[in-house]
Design a protein around this ligand. Structure first.
Ligand code: WQD
Length: 364
């Protein structure tokens, strides 16, 4: 079967979303062609146009839903895809607890349809948008890629299960290769201020919530617990600039394109939910983080520096399911991909604030 890996066109499912749109700008700037595929259930229809404005390159977008297998097939017939980066999926932890069936159906079935379409089209290169939520909560920090997996909510379980589906698929075809990118806390925005995190409704995550307090759209920052066993008592996470994260996708794709699989080439990707990784599968898991932890209070202070004023804040009870400290060990991504996060907390907050002002149509 023809191997399309050398084709420079990259399909980004969920490409109009936060991480997909920023990854598209990095790929276009490096000379790749991209095609976005999005059902716009959680993204804006003008994102492809904004990507074109940023890069000066065409950014075609297919409005399609991977739950309809024919729509996935059609995208591969229309474009000569060399690699796929799979971002599409529902991703709200709290919502997944309330609607588990919708999450399992949407995230798993859309991935199964995508993998089937890739097999039919002879596309052998997949980068999957995984998450730090795949790691068992009782793991010590920092998290390593071979730590035991296990989630605390249906959203996290969909990510664990999709990693398993990809491993089992790769085990049937040694010319198929995949990278499982386990994100920690992506924040910030493209320096142009034209694209950024744009959650619908009241944000669940810390940074977009703070940004809406800074624009006056929300009354105060809620600090969920200040009695954790951390330096200042607030939760600690590994925040990574979205542009560094986007770069990590480019590096992972180029790593797979260079690295052809060899029979028996065992890649240790650590324990999965149901036992040891598949021998012979050309599947590689990488943590994409900074390797550093930052507390809620430190993030708030950095955002106050970015927006130039103190923000109203109050301490609230801990949020159910939250851990005190989560951050990555990034040695593997550094060694294998040459990945290294470059941007710090102040750049993340300054870029997020520029984007938020653009969103809220506030003066520059
Ligand atoms: C960060 C810290 C909260 C909101 C997220 C996603 C998860 C995964 C990883 C994709 C915690 C505190 C938060 C607020 C607060 N992403 N907080 N006030 O929980 O680490 O996980 O990133 O796979 O799906 O949920 O991120 O931004 O929600 O919380 O004090 O209004 O900020 O307690 O310590 P989290 P978060």
């Amino acid at each position: 079967m023809k191997d399309h890996t050398r084709n420079k066109t990259v399909l980004l499912t969920g490409g109009a979303g936060f991480i997909g749109s920023h990854t598209a700008t990095v790929l276009l700037d490096r000379g790749y062609d991209v095609v976005l595929l999005d059902n716009f259930s959680n993204s804006k229809r003008d994102v492809p146009t904004r990507i074109e404005k940023i890069t000066g390159k065409p950014c075609p977008c297919e409005e399609a839903d991977l739950l309809h297998s024919g729509e996935a097939e059609a995208a591969f017939k229309k474009h000569d895809i060399g690699s796929v980066i799979h971002f599409a999926g529902l991703k709200a932890v709290g919502e997944s607890v309330e609607k588990p069936l919708e999450y399992y159906e949407n995230n798993l079935l859309s991935t199964i349809n995508l993998l089937g379409s890739m097999r039919t089209a002879g596309v052998k290169n997949l980068i999957f948008s995984s998450s730090a939520t795949v790691y068992k909560h009782d793991n010590p920090v920092p998290y390593y890629e071979n730590f035991p997996l296990g989630a605390a909510n249906p959203y996290g379980w969909t990510k664990v299960m999709i990693e398993r589906i990809i491993m089992d698929t790769a085990a049937t075809d040694f010319t198929f290769s995949a990278a499982l990118l386990r994100y920690f806390n992506p924040i910030g925005a493209h320096q142009s201020g034209l694209i950024g995190e744009d959650p619908q409704g009241i944000p669940n995550n810390l940074l977009p919530y703070i940004a809406k307090v800074a624009t006056g759209e929300l009354p105060e920052v809620r600090i969920f617990g200040d009695n954790y066993d951390t330096p200042d008592g607030t939760g600690v996470r590994d925040y990574i600039h979205i542009m560094d994260l986007a770069e990590g996708h480019l590096l992972a794709m180029e790593y797979l394109r260079k690295k052809r699989s060899h029979e028996g080439d065992f890649i240790d990707i650590g324990e999965s939910a149901s036992g040891a990784a598949h021998e012979g599968a050309n599947v590689h898991a990488f943590n994409l983080g900074t390797g550093k932890g930052t507390s809620v209070r430190e993030i708030i202070s950095a955002f106050e520096r970015a927006c130039g004023r103190e923000l109203p804040k109050s301490v609230y009870p801990r949020r159910a399911g939250d851990l005190a400290i989560v951050y990555a060990n990034t040695d593997l991504a550094e060694r294998e991909l040459g990945f290294k996060a470059r941007l710090g907390i102040d750049e993340m907050c300054a870029d997020a604030w520029r984007w938020q002002r653009h969103c809220a149509k506030l003066p520059e």
